[in-house]
Design a protein around this ligand. Structure first.
Ligand code: PAF
Length: 272
């Protein structure tokens, strides 16, 4: 594996490769990221992982300064999983002082996660577009845990006519059912105990939905009743295009939950 910081260097490396898989990350890699790498390894010849803590997707009151970092462990994980190139660019090379920007779609990007983090998805889309243009992958691997992120990135790829296939990958959970996230290091044992209710509530709903006639409002109410002593930011049911769904349609529904636990935003979902 080689580690590259320089943009021109990685462009030169990537230019010659025809079957490239790309996994963009902000580091602090965990089993969720490993599953993306392993999935890409099965199908593609050349795997690039990027680690870049993207300042543009953090709001002022967020955790940019203390975002988890563990470069040594990240490098080992990438090596052990046969990544070909680990790309770790510098912010000064990624961003220029004055530059055109992608503005995310107000309707889909300013709801759910976008309510409390208004310019978050603008930041995500801009950096992902830059990374895609640098790497020019054939396939992009993203986790379904960040459902809104995947859908917005897919829409951007379509709008800008990029010839990139997005592979939606299943969420990976710890033994207690908590969905893997780099920010989980902020959680105490007690937080985790409380959060276990989230996956349980989602699974319970999934088992109950056997036809396409279930009203979303009823499901939302049931989930709310199952989440005791949790500060709920939202429970929402949308279709795979992120539009509010009145009924839960099997194979076209995502049930999304966000809770605030000890000032940490924990999100989880289930795709039906
Ligand atoms: O999901 C993430 O880790 C980030 O939002 C991403 C896609 C790497 C963009 O910075």
């Amino acid at each position: 594996m080689i580690i590259v910081n320089d943009i021109e260097q990685i462009q030169n490396i990537c230019r010659d490769k025809s079957n490239k898989g790309f996994i963009p990350t902000m580091g602090a890699l965990h089993k969720g990221h490993i599953s993306l790498i392993q999935k890409s390894r099965l199908n593609l010849d050349f795997i690039i992982v990027s680690i870049f803590i993207n300042p543009a997707q953090f709001s002022e009151n967020e955790d940019l300064d203390k975002y988890p970092q563990n470069a040594k462990n990240d490098i080992k994980i990438c090596q052990d999983n046969k990544v070909d190139v680990l790309f770790m660019p510098l912010a000064k090379d990624i961003y220029q002082d004055y530059e055109p920007k992608i503005i995310s779609d107000k309707i889909d990007a300013y709801k759910l996660e976008g309510i409390n983090r208004p310019s978050h998805f603008d930041g995500v889309l801009n950096v992902v577009m830059k990374l895609l243009n640098i790497i020019t992958p054939n396939k992009l691997y993203l986790g379904k845990k960040d459902a809104q992120q995947i859908i917005l990135i897919e829409k951007m790829i379509k709008s800008f006519f990029l010839n990139i296939n997005v592979i939606r990958c299943e969420s990976i959970r710890d033994d207690d059912g908590i969905a893997m996230s780099s920010r989980n290091i902020y959680l105490s044992k007690n937080d985790r105990m409380k959060l276990m209710q989230v996956n349980k509530a989602l699974q319970k709903c999934k088992n109950k939905i056997t036809n396409n006639k279930t009203k979303s409002d009823i499901i939302i109410e049931e989930i709310r009743n199952n989440l005791i002593k949790l500060e709920i930011n939202y429970i929402s049911i949308v279709n795979h295009k992120l539009k509010q769904a009145k009924y839960t349609i099997i194979s076209d529904t995502i049930i999304l939950i966000s809770v605030n636990i000890n000032n940490t935003n924990y999100i989880d979902n289930i795709w039906l």
